[in-house]
Design a protein around this ligand. Structure first.
Ligand code: RTP
Length: 148
């Protein structure tokens, strides 16, 4: 089953949105496969965002991510990468649809509460980076009222 990497950024943690975000993914029908509250160091944040290193906002982005603890999670389910991005909403909250996480809770692109992998390939890379020892080994029984 497909997996994605979701991170609640420091603003989401500080604003008390952790429970609501987890609840949104749970209620959708996805399964939580890994989770930790963690403060990351600068080199780690730079590694996570290495594809954006040439962007003018890179330094500010890294400062933002290391400014407080984040909640790193692995979620599993059918099409979880694409659907997870839809639940999160567009990168810039001014363009995020109402009802999405960013559309409901964010104003600024540089304080947009949450990250979600943009492809299955990036999800694999990000999960390996954030959970180098793997995730908890448990098998969720697929809910027959959610998965046919
Ligand atoms: P994310 O990786 O956080 O899920 O975001 P994304 O794919 O929707 O957007 P991406 O282009 O990969 O940018 C990563 C994060 O960088 C910050 N950003 N700031 N100031 C700016 O113009 C700007 N552009 C992007 C955002 O926090 C974005 O989520």
């Amino acid at each position: 089953m497909e997996q994605t990497f979701i991170m609640i950024k420091p603003d989401g943690v500080q604003r008390g949105l952790v429970g609501e975000i987890i609840s949104t993914f749970e209620k959708k029908g996805f399964y939580l496969k890994g989770m930790k509250l963690i403060s990351v160091e600068r080199p780690f944040a730079e590694k996570h965002y290495e594809d954006l290193s040439s962007k003018p906002f890179f330094e500010g982005l890294v400062e933002y991510i290391i400014s407080g603890p984040v909640v790193a999670m692995v979620w599993e389910g059918k099409n979880v990468v694409t659907t997870g991005r839809k639940i999160i909403g567009a990168t810039n909250p001014s363009a995020s649809d109402p009802g999405t996480i960013r559309g409901s809770f964010a104003v600024e692109i540089g304080r947009n509460v949450i990250h979600g992998s943009d492809s299955v390939e990036s999800a694999k890379k990000e999960i390996a980076l954030w959970f180098p020892n793997g995730t908890v080994n448990w098998q969720s029984s697929l809910h027959p009222w959610i998965y046919e």
